[in-house]
Design a protein around this ligand. Structure first.
Ligand code: SF4
Ligand code: SF4
Length: 338
């Protein structure tokens, strides 16, 4: 148990060792991932920040290597790895759905050295949800508002401070450095248990489609008229995929300037028509309906078929920010009903 001031002091002390980030509100009241300085606490209002946590593991853009575009004899390098960041990162105030997304993304990125190195260098301090927002549905997809998957430490906010539970060994060793920590009292343990018991029922709607969807033969619905109706309103803006913590598609480009260059990878989106355009001019997903169908089939059929869980953690970002109100929860219900 750490009182509020003790938690701030702990963060302040850790800032010598880590770059610290967390959700923070800007002047327009938009909460996003930002640097926290001087023991600053993260924004703890319910819900997830606007941007995705994948930015810490799969940065936009990421330099894969640097090169000399027109090599000369006396060049100091022709090809080299990008400079490493000096300090590891500590991200605080991470909601359990976001932490779980990191685990899901590490399945396809198991052999990706960039992603895995970022995983080694980023420590996640979670914040248990007391109440879900209107767009939260983590329990539908196999998660929990008090889940620990992907986290190093889980924090419960109480009236007088915070109860911190280590999840991994590195989380445990960081907690050893919290000088003003003490054992939680019986009343504080009980308060934590109440959060555990009540948080899942605070979500707007209880439903468990994860296992049902995985069992369903979604390929039989491949040509269902439902996809056309759904895609009619989509404007292919890509907002859903860019904000989604479990969307991980990328493209690669070389940038050169005055003889020096770098190869970068950056986020791409299956909602963009150019995403699947072949050099021949053929485009297997040239029509919008095919792109919309692919986004949902990837999350609800192809990914679980290959890796097990759905590729959605129920964070609700795509529901909250889609300009035409396309709602993945509705898609799940429709697919279950067909
Ligand atoms: S955010 Fe909505 S409109 Fe934009 S691409 Fe996604 S589904 Fe389509
Ligand atoms: S599909 Fe939507 S709700 Fe699911 S993880 Fe992505 S942004 Fe969150």
């Amino acid at each position: 148990m750490l009182p509020r001031a003790g938690f701030q002091q702990w963060l302040q002390e850790l800032s010598g060792q880590f770059e610290i980030f967390g959700p923070k509100k800007n002047e327009k009241a938009i909460v996003s991932w930002q640097r926290l300085e001087g023991g600053e606490l993260p924004d703890m209002a319910p819900g997830v920040p606007k941007g995705s946590i994948k930015t810490f593991f799969f940065p936009q853009p990421e330099t894969l290597f640097e090169f000399t575009a027109r090599p000369k004899q006396d060049d100091s390098f022709r090809l080299r790895e990008p400079e490493k960041r000096q300090k590891p990162r500590l991200v605080v105030g991470v909601r359990p759905c976001d932490a779980r997304s990191v685990l899901l993304n590490s399945m396809p990125y198991k052999e990706d050295p960039y992603f895995q190195q970022n995983r080694q260098n980023v420590i996640l301090v979670g914040l248990a949800c007391r109440n879900g927002c209107s767009t939260c549905f983590c329990t539908w997809t196999g998660g929990s508002p008090v889940g620990t998957e992907g986290l190093d430490i889980l924090v419960f906010e109480l009236e007088d401070g915070f109860v911190l539970e280590p999840v991994t060994e590195r989380g445990e060793s960081l907690l050893q450095k919290a000088s003003s920590a003490r054992d939680a009292t019986e009343a504080e343990r009980q308060a934590v248990q109440e959060i555990r018991d009540n948080a899942p029922t605070s979500l707007p709607e209880a439903m468990e489609p994860a296992s049902q969807l995985v069992q369903k033969d979604l390929m039989a619905l491949y040509n269902a008229p439902f996809w056309q109706q759904l895609s009619d309103s989509c404007i292919n803006c890509g907002t859903c995929t860019f904000l989604c913590p479990t969307c991980y598609c990328f493209d690669i480009q070389d940038e050169t300037l005055r003889g020096k260059g770098r190869r970068i990878r950056y986020w791409d989106s299956c909602m963009f028509p150019l995403f699947t355009l072949h050099a021949s001019g053929h485009n297997p997903r040239g029509e919008k309906v095919k792109r919309v169908r692919n986004r949902f089939m990837h999350k609800l059929k192809y990914f679980p078929e290959r890796f097990g869980p759905l590729s959605c953690v129920g964070c609700g970002r795509c529901v909250r920010d889609c300009p035409v109100n396309i709602d993945i929860r509705q898609v799940m219900k429709e697919l279950l009903a067909v």
